[in-house]
Each structure stands twice: as structure tokens, then as C-alpha cells.
Design a protein around this ligand. Structure first.
Ligand SMILES: Cc1ncc(C[n+]2csc(CCOP(=O)(O)OP(=O)(O)O)c2C)c(N)n1
Length: 386
């Protein structure tokens, strides 16, 4: 079905604003909302923030707001559902992209959440309908009626096949200083190879890191923890590793602007009273968008990452816009005490994504080979499960 048909129906109920954290399944709808001047589109850094903003917007306008999210983001938002919207009776229409739907092949990060989505909604008393092209008007009406009667959130589930329409590339794409994601990742690795382990954030950045490490024949020394889901957790994972790294190697986080902003609070833990993350190098590849889900804008343009890093106590704070300077900074930082931060402006122009890491490696294999690399002396020790 066409996304404008959905929007037309939403308008009949005077819904809004539309507060979104993207998923590729929602891509055509988000693009159509962005093009519709009557629809107010808001893009917070994570799904919990989206629920908070929706709440405030209802308090101020008495209109039912719409929150759009992926089902992985529902877990981020559940605290708001239960300890805010449901107890204060604040209605929200949630459009939830149903990744990992049973019977449909999807990425590994959706294998748990996909089949459990409906039972989670049931457990948390969140009524829902699955949107279909044939009877979407009835499903929207039913959910809006439920919301109005209960004054609580309810959901419409969006499946992969609902909106197949291809929308032309967004015009607001920004070319950076001519630095591609691939060139930036290669420069990071070139400047630190053998002296670091890496955590790469989910989406295209992990794919790029895997591609680059393999091309550099560093695979045998698989030093990267390629994230697939858990968006926003790259820095927290690195902070967990870094404090036990005493072999002179750095823990390098290859983050995205969207991933970093999703749990920006993690930056507040790099320079603690009890522990300073001296071995940490945190790099944000900033393309101003969520490239991995279709190039929707992130809020990075409104944030001065360097000032945030300084304010959080990173010791060395750099920005880099070219591959050669990035590699030079990496070499310098690999022998300097941190925590260190580098903001790297990269292009937001449709670079074709590299193959999925999951085509090659299982999550468990990634975990084990990473552990074998960072704990070489204890290589043979495996966790045993009964
Ligand atoms: C909690 C959660 N919400 C949404 C998503 C969907 N998602 C996957 S990758 C991605 C974009 C990541 O953006 P960024 O870190 O800026 O990297 P880029 O894609 O631009 O390389 C999003 C929104 C997700 N995986 N998890």
C-alpha cells in the first residue's frame, strides 16, 4: 500500500505530532511524512525519549500523538509505557515495525524479540492490531477507539510487506568533507592495527569494519566485536572491556552519530571518580543521519559532540575530516593516555552497504573469537553451559 493512504487516514483523527526513531520497514512512511507539510515530524534520540515527548505533547495539545519505532525500541520505551503513560492515562498511538516476524527471515538481533512481540504487548496490556493493506482503515479505527476509551497507549504493527513503495532519495542529503565511511574505517584500523581491539556499532558501520578488517587480512586476529543489535551500547561495552585491558592496547569504539546519541549518557562514565578509561578511544562517524535504515536525519546537527566530550572529561578531543589526519590522530592516540574522543564528519551520500556480518559469522562466533583475541593467554577457557 502507499504510505499516503495511511497518512490520509491518520489525518482524519487529527493525530500528531509524529515522533520517530527509524526502522527500514517504516522508511517509506517516514519519507512521506517528511514531505507532507501538514505533518509535524519530530526525531528524538531514542524511543524512551519519544514516549516522553509524546506525553508532553498530549498534555499541551490534548491531541493523540504518534510514536513510530522498531520493536527493538519498544524495550527502550517500556518504562515510559508502564510508569508514565499507563498510570497517568496518557494516550499514544504507537506504530511498531515488526522485525523478526515468525516465518520471515530477518537479522539475528530480531530472533528473540520478533516471536515475542505479541506476548510482550499482551503482558504489558498494550492492545494492538496488525496493519494490513486490505483493512487498514478498520484497524486504525479499532485502535483509536481503544485508545480513546482507555486513554492509554495502543499499537499498530507494521510488517515488512505493508509498504513496499520505493520513495526517491531524500534531497536533504549532506556531503561531508569528502570522507566516506569506508575510508574513515580504514584509516582508524590503519592507525591502530595490532595495538587495539574494536567495538563497532550496529548497522552499516559493523559491516564496514568487518569488510575492512578482512581486507587487511586481520581476520585471523579477529579483534572486533561486531555489534548487530543493541543500538547505543558500543561505548558501554567498550567501558566494560577497557578497565581490564592491561597489555597496552586501546579499546576503540567505532560509533555512529545515531548510536552515540541513543545512549549519550554513557559518555558520562569515561572519567569517573573510581575509574578513568585511560585505554579508551571513542570515535563517532557522523553523517547526520541513520544511514542504515534509509538515511532519515538524526539530531546530530544540533549537537556539538566535541563540547559534550570535553564536558564529560575526555582527555584528548579531536575532530577529523580527512582519512590521512584521522590515521595520524589514531597513531598518536594509540600511545597516549585517554579517554580520547574523535568526531569524524563523514559523507551522507548513498554509499552501498557492505555485506551483512551475519552472512559470515554467528553472534556466538563473534563473541568467542573476540574473547580469544583479547584474552590470548586464556584462549582455551570456554564458558560451559549445562
Ligand atoms: C533500539 C533501536 N532502535 C532503532 C533501531 C534501528 N536502527 C538500526 S541501525 C540504525 C541507525 C544507526 O545510525 P548511526 O549510528 O548514525 O549509523 P549509520 O547507520 O548512519 O551508519 C537504526 C535506527 C535499532 N537497531 N535499535
Amino acid at each position: 500500500m502507499k504510505p499516503i493512504e495511511l497518512i490520509r487516514e491518520f489525518k482524519r483523527y487529527r493525530l500528531g505530532p509524529y515522533i520517530e526513531v527509524p526502522c527500514s520497514f517504516l522508511g517509506p512512511l517516514l519519507e512521506a511524512l517528511a514531505r507532507d507539510s501538514e505533518c509535524e515530524l519530530v526525531n528524538p534520540a531514542n524511543e524512551a525519549i519519544a514516549m516522553g515527548m509524546a506525553t508532553g505533547s498530549f498534555l499541551a495539545t490534548n491531541r493523540i500523538p504518534v510514536v513510530l519505532m522498531q520493536n527493538s525500541g519498544l524495550c527502550n520505551a517500556l518504562n515510559a509505557f508502564t510508569s508514565l503513560n499507563q498510570i497517568y492515562k496518557i494516550p499514544v498511538l504507537c506504530l511498531i515495525a515488526w522485525r523478526g516476524q515468525p516465518g520471515i527471515k530477518d537479522a539475528p538481533e530480531h530472533t528473540i524479540m520478533g516471536p515475542k512481540l505479541r506476548s510482550i504487548l499482551k503482558t504489558f496490556d498494550i492492545p494492538y492490531e496488525v496493519l494490513s493493506a486490505k483493512s487498514y482503515k478498520r484497524e486504525i479505527k479499532s485502535v483509536i477507539n481503544t485508545i480513546t476509551a482507555s486513554m492509554k497507549p495502543a499499537a499498530l504493527l507494521v510488517t515488512e510487506d505493508l509498504m513496499k513503495e520505493k520513495i526517491p532519495e531524500a534531497k536533504n542529503r549532506r556531503a561531508g568533507a569528502g570522507l566516506s565511511r569506508a575510508a574513515a574505517v580504514n584509516a582508524i584500523i590503519a592507525g591502530t592495527a595490532g595495538k587495539a581491539c574494536y567495538i563497532s556499532t550496529n548497522g552499516f558501520i559493523s559491516r564496514e569494519a568487518c569488510y575492512a578488517l578482512e581486507a587487511n587480512e586481520l581476520k585471523k586476529n579477529n579483534q572486533c566485536f561486531y555489534m548487530m543489535g543493541s543500538m547505543g551500547h558500543a561505548l558501554p561495552i567498550a567501558l566494560g572491556i577497557e578497565r581490564y585491558q592491561n597489555d597496552g592496547r586501546k579499546t576503540v569504539v567505532i560509533d555512529g552519530d545515531g548510536g552515540c546519541l541513543m545512549h549519550l549518557g554513557a559518555m558520562a562514565s569515561v572519567n569517573g571518580k573510581n575509574h578513568v578509561a585511560k585505554n579508551l578511544i571513542h570515535i563517532v562517524l557522523d553523517n547526520g543521519t541513520y544511514a542504515s535504515t534509509g538515511g532519515q536525519p538524526s539530531v546530530s546537527g544540533d549537537v556539538d559532540f566535541l563540547k559534550v566530550a570535553q564536558g564529560c572529561g575526555y582527555k584528548n578531543v579531536y575532530s577529523a575530516n580527512e582519512a590521512s589526519s584521522l590515521a595520524r590522530i589514531m597513531t598518536r592516540l594509540s600511545s597516549r593516555e585517554g579517554p580520547s574522543f574523535i568526531h569524524v564528519q563523514i559523507d551522507d551520500v548513498g554509499e552501498p552497504p557492505k555485506p551483512r556480518v551475519s552472512d559470515k559469522y554467528s553472534c556466538e562466533a563473534i563473541r568467542q573469537s573476540f574473547m580469544d583475541t583479547i584474552r590470548p593467554s586464556r584462549q582455551t577457557r570456554r564458558l560451559r553451559h549445562k
